[in-house]
Write a protein that binds this ligand. Structure first.
Ligand SMILES: Cc1ncc(COP(=O)(O)O)c(C=O)c1O
Length: 482
């Protein structure tokens, strides 16, 4: 008897393993089902297992959302920087219905469908320079992953096979796939998944409020911008230009609390990238589609990247989609012979999502949403800056409809909170208190503790005042806790 026969015999004579019985069903409330079965993203499940309730959101309209008990909240984060045109747009739902009825699905693998073609054409129109080629994904992390892979393959095709490293900024979030995670600059989100895709290197971010803590010798914002951009060149030179493929930067960096680029920053980065033959990727997963008052935020800050990655607001969240938009230069080696970008997603450029995106962008144009953001952004900023008289409000920063409020222990020294204090302040008090006061927004400490606001782009001065009033009450109470 061969060893294989023996093994077969062993397997066939083994008694069948009893099927593990499912736990008996308990009471069937949504809370019970959520506790028993729903694994939420980036969420501590412990408190739920311990009996805490999950906030369940059942409805949205305009800039409001409602929970399952009928309580109304201001959606101060547009879901997750997504619902830019606001909730409850029947027109977007109707377009989704029509597209699903006409052609629910077809892939973009060697075939195409009209919605993806029209949307690619539209995005290429909005994108600056010769960014004319659109590769669809289902979300932002996939768009970043696609850009990382494209950069590597592009340089191989151009005879630079060692160009594979990517540079990004400390605290920046660029998504969770293992390549994108190698670009993400938040150590605590990466540690448990090491080893990641090799090649990720980090440089200082554009945090002017804490510029000196990062090594900036002091000076104007313009000088800081130049200093921060030069750290990118330093890293390229240190690692060797022949090994660096791309730099990934958000126009306004989200994680750490809405850091806008200092004047001249992106112009200097562009120069550095051109000098060293390194691609510049503008990761606009949050910043595109009106968040900064332009379809693409690189237009707001006057630079032309080699690749734009985008997602979230493209459909205002009525259906998922993402995209990587690249220049003609990057597409050129793929335009010949049998060269192929061996990369794709079944649902990338889904017909329903593409049709919804087209309608969403039509709404943007008809209602002048970008102009509305540009006109009202200074009023939003002014409303939040009025909070600077509260003892723990250290800094208010951002652009468009995208603002961060940094909380500090001491305004004069800018001393931040310890990990325990931050835990007590953000998770122990602020997140819950703001929500109870009727404002859904983000209280975050991936960098220093911040409150972040990125509401639907349809709101105006009346809502800014309402948001300010809620923040004033809750932050004043928080000041007394510390
Ligand atoms: C700048 C940036 N890049 C990438 C991502 C990942 O996008 P997604 O969650 O759609 O995968 C995000 C998500 O917030 C982001 O802010």
């Amino acid at each position: 008897m061969t060893i294989i026969d023996k093994l077969k015999l062993k397997r066939s004579t083994k008694p069948a393993k009893p099927k593990t019985a499912k736990r008996p069903k308990k009471a069937e409330t949504l809370q019970d089902k959520a506790r028993d079965h729903l694994w939420m993203h980036f969420t501590r499940q412990g408190p739920l297992s311990g009996g805490a309730d999950v906030p369940v959101i059942v409805k949205g309209n305009g800039h409001h959302i409602w929970d399952d008990k009928g309580k109304r909240y201001i959606d101060g984060l547009a879901g997750l920087f997504v619902v830019n045109a606001g909730h409850g747009r029947a027109r977007l739902a109707e377009v989704a219905r029509q597209q699903a009825e006409e052609l629910a699905f077809f892939p973009l693998w060697s075939y195409a469908h009209p919605a993806a073609i029209e949307l690619a054409d539209k995005l290429a129109d909005y994108a600056p320079g010769d960014l004319n080629k659109v590769f669809f994904t289902t979300g932002g992390g996939e768009a970043v992953e696609s850009a990382f892979k494209l950069a590597k393959q592009y340089w191989k095709l151009k005879g630079h096979p060692m160009k594979h490293k990517v540079i990004s900024r400390y605290v920046a979030y660029h998504g969770t796939p293992q390549g994108a995670l190698a670009i993400t600059g938040i150590p605590s989100m990466k540690a448990m998944f090491e080893p990641l895709t090799p090649g990720g290197f980090r440089v200082p971010n554009t945090n002017y409020y804490r510029a000196e803590e990062m090594g900036f010798p002091g000076g104007t914002e313009e000088e800081f911008g130049l200093w921060a951009a030069n750290r990118i060149e330093e890293m390229i030179e240190f690692e060797g230009p022949d090994t660096v493929a791309a730099v990934f930067l958000e126009p306004v960096q989200n994680s750490g609390g809405c850091f806008p680029p200092p004047p001249g920053y992106f112009q200097r980065v562009r120069e550095i990238c051109d000098k060293h033959n390194v691609l510049l990727v503008s990761d606009e997963v949050i910043c595109a589609f009106g968040r900064i008052g332009e379809m693409f935020a690189c237009n707001a800050f006057d630079y032309v990247p080699d690749i734009i990655t985008c997602a979230k607001g493209m459909t205002s969240g009525y259906s998922p989609i993402g995209a990587m938009i690249t220049s003609d230069r990057l597409f050129e080696p793929f335009s010949k012979g049998d060269t192929t970008f061996y990369h794709g997603y079944t649902f990338g450029g889904h017909p329903v999502s593409a049709a919804v995106a087209l309608e969403n962008l039509k709404i943007f144009e008809e209602e002048g949403i970008n102009e509305h953001v540009r006109k009202n952004s200074p009023k939003f900023r002014a409303a939040l800056e009025r909070l600077l008289d509260i003892p723990i409000v250290g800094d208010v920063r951002g652009a468009g409809y995208f603002f961060g409020i940094e909380l500090v222990k001491d305004k004069v020294t800018k001393e931040t909170f310890s990990d325990e204090e931050s835990e007590k302040l953000l998770r122990g008090f602020l997140s819950k208190a703001l929500f109870e006061a009727g404002l859904y927004c983000r209280a975050d400490d991936r960098g220093d503790p911040v409150i972040q606001l990125a509401p639907p782009l349809t709101i105006g001065p009346a809502e800014f005042d309402e948001i300010e009033a809620i923040l004033r009450d809750v932050l004043t109470r928080a000041s007394k806790l510390i």
